[in-house]
Design a binder for this molecule. Sequence first.
Ligand code: FES
Ligand SMILES: [Fe+2]
Length: 450
Amino acid sequence: MTDTKSTPIHISGIPREKAPEPPLGTDPIIFGSRYYSTEFADKEWERMWTRVWQIAGRVDQVPDPGDYIKYDINQESIICIRSSDHKIRAFYNACQHRGNQLVSAEIGTLASGEFQCAYHGWRFSDTGECTWAYCEEDFPQGSPCGKLNLVEIPCQTWAGFIWFNMDPECTDLREWLNPVAEHLDSYHMENMKRTHWVTIEGTWNWKCVQDNFNESYHLPFVHPQTVTTMNEHYSGCQFDLYPSGHSRMLMPGGGPGPQYTGKADRTFKSLQQTFDFWDFDPEPYRNDLTGLRTALQGRKRELAESKGYDFSRYSDEQLTDHYHYTIFPNISFSMKPDGCIFLRSAPHPTDPNKCLFDMWYLTMFPHESTEYYSNSMRDWVSLDHQVEHITGLAGEVSCGPGIDQDVAIWTTQHKGLQSRGYRGEYLPTQENRIRYFHQNLDKYLAMEPT
Ligand code: FES
Ligand SMILES: [Fe+2]
């Protein structure tokens, strides 16, 4: 059966126990103004965004001392730099003289080993210390050197990502990620390479994205192709809400669920590339498509080593199923045995009716391969160079066929959320993660501004 509830728990692999369900209630709380009100967006910034861990980029973007990346979120700009002691540090991108941004490039290397402000020439070391100021003797308050240093914020790494937090009192990253970090360690994302990097600007609020990735109720309608290859029905899936505010969905893949009544040929066509890659003959399962999943798991197990993969740390379910984790407030990791789809929504700096949406694909290259055809991305990818950052407006730049279908829906949903005729949500149980997300957001909004 293609059903996570009937699947025995394996000794190895990610724990699959269902998290206890917190009481959520059913009265509407998700009203339209949450998505378009500037006042609400300002509250989110002051009370929530400035307290949560965020990702600036990948560790492999800053291999050497002096290498830095810049990540802008809302009106803020953060520099993460590999310092000469090899530690990665995060600083606000603001000169301590009169505020000019120190760097404008998304990625770079300090030419002279120091930041130099373009306005009046102040210099800062790679550990943030002010080392030089023009006319140093002319400051009645005393020389700024060694005193007016860059403002550093917490910065940690996990899974090959560089994380920062604007709250100096924040909890340790790993503790904050609980239990997601522990679950996803086995994928060794630090060894994966970003092979797709797309950012689009769209006309919807960032929460439309997060709501969308917190439910799979939309799959048969927005992504009708998915019913042929996965058991998207809630009866076959598991949804977990963790006390940390993060959540998870387990969805069987490698074949459709028992409710699928379509043609076997549709399934075979959709999974053709997987079958080809794994030299798998699906014909014996033509009249019992639910048997495909376990058969494919067995085949992947059998051929993994010869294909250059180490699947020994994965359970059988991890070889076919969708392990989809949403990190509060705005990040999703959709895990596959050979990669991860990273999805992120971020607020637009000036307009709550707009959003910056990121789609990355991280590829686990087979052993000793530097180039290979990524089955998941349907494209050739290379280990040897950083992938180009593609940016543009929604509709003009593609995030791949599946995600493009989501993108199209966010635009019309955001319009409808602004209607006087939208009276708040009415959710089935399988959309509990959405309600949980908004309740967690409300907890932050009840706090004092940072
Ligand atoms: S603002 Fe940077 S040196 Fe003046
Ligand atoms: Fe979707």
